[in-house]
Design a protein around this ligand. Structure first.
Ligand code: UT7
Length: 313
């Protein structure tokens, strides 16, 4: 039984399909244009799967995170995949990760669904599981094939989303503080993706926008209170990558420079549960995450759900 209070991200990885779809490509399919999409969202392109399954992306991201952590897969005590669109109802994506990555067989591996907040939900659940595990590390993945649930005749949604996966190896730590907030307000009208009949994403964009620009700054302020820090103390903010106007509004409300907010939605669009771990993995790859850095993450999405977390690198 481990009773450490904090949590450390030991390794990060991500995978996005090679196939890119630009705004101009979409303007040939639906009545839209690059100028509208770029101005209203900040998105320039996104990556869509061709042959990849959700599990292929999750496995690739997991292998990169484990390599980055420099650990043996057999040291992992649980695997959680956050996704709204698993390849199968069963087996879970996490079970296929166990098989292909070579995780131990005597550990729990399962999927969770908290839409765009899923990865941060997964980290918090993993923390609780590690407290009862005799193994040191947990593997948390966000992986989405959203292109499979896009109505390519609905210009209000099909331009927003992309595919990809991000993964983190975490361990409990006494030296790295961790605080998190998870929230839920059940609503099946504002943002829905049914799993029978019409299986496409439907969304009231303006309502989600309003929800995001009020919830994310509130969540960040609550996290800062929990950590006993001010907004200026934070080195990096990592918001769910849905819309640059949302991230700009959050930065403004928190009285912080937009430069402290990592942005990659221009390249990937909104990858739901994968967006925050892809961003963290890219930041590490680029050398942006330095030992001792303070990071605040904030997300929001279907459910409706929201999430926030404070990490120390
Ligand atoms: O992970 C969470 C998932 N969702 C989100 O984060 C979404 C949050 N919401 C948003 O990002 C924005 O609301 C959108 C980008 C979805 C839409 O931007 P908006 O500024 O709220 O636009 P709107 O829905 O008010 O539409 C404005 C106009 C409408 O035309 P009219 O009625 O003014 O003539 C739309 O029909 O823009 C039109 N429009 C488009 N035009 C060109 C809507 N989508 C498009 C499009 N291309 N793709």
């Amino acid at each position: 039984m481990q009773v450490k209070d904090g949590l450390r991200i030991v390794g990060l990885g991500h995978y996005v399909p090679d196939n890119t779809v630009t705004n101009d490509d979409l303007s040939k399919i639906v009545d839209t244009n690059d100028e509208w999409i770029a101005t209203r969202t900040g998105i320039r392109k996104r990556h869509f799967v061709t042959t990849e399954r959700n599990q292929d992306m999750a496995i690739a991201a997991a292998k990169m995170a484990i390599k980055d952590a420099g650990i043996d897969p057999l040291e992992i005590g649980a695997c959680i995949v956050a996704t709204i669109r698993p390849d199968n109802m069963t087996p879970a994506v996490a079970c296929m990760v166990q098989k292909e990555v070579g995780l131990p067989t005597e550990i729990p591996c399962f999927d969770i669904n908290a839409a765009c907040s899923g990865f941060m939900y997964g980290v918090r659940v993993m923390r609780g599981m590690l407290m009862q595990s005799d193994k040191r590390y947990g593997l948390v993945i966000g992986s989405e094939t959203l292109s499979k649930v896009l109505n390519m005749e609905d210009r209000g949604t099909c331009i927003l989303f992309g595919d990809g996966a991000g993964a983190a190896v975490i361990e409990l730590s006494d030296d790295h503080r961790y605080f998190s907030i998870l929230g839920t307000k059940g609503d099946d009208e504002v943002l829905v993706c049914p799993n029978d009949g019409d299986r496409f994403v439907r969304m009231n964009g303006q309502e989600v926008f309003k929800f995001a620009v009020s919830t994310a700054p509130d969540t960040i302020n609550q996290i800062l209170d929990m950590a006993g820090l001010s907004a200026d103390d934070i080195d990096h903010y990592v918001c769910h990558q849905a819309n640059l106007r949302i991230i700009s509004s959050v930065a403004k409300k928190c009285k912080q420079s937009i430069d402290k907010f990592y942005v990659n939605l221009d390249e990937y669009g909104n990858t739901s549960s994968a967006s925050i771990p892809i961003a963290l993995s890219e930041m590490k790859q680029k050398g942006l995450l330095k030992s001792g850095d303070k990071v605040v993450c904030a997300g929001f999405g279907g459910g409706l759900t929201w999430c926030g977390a404070y990490f120390e690198i």
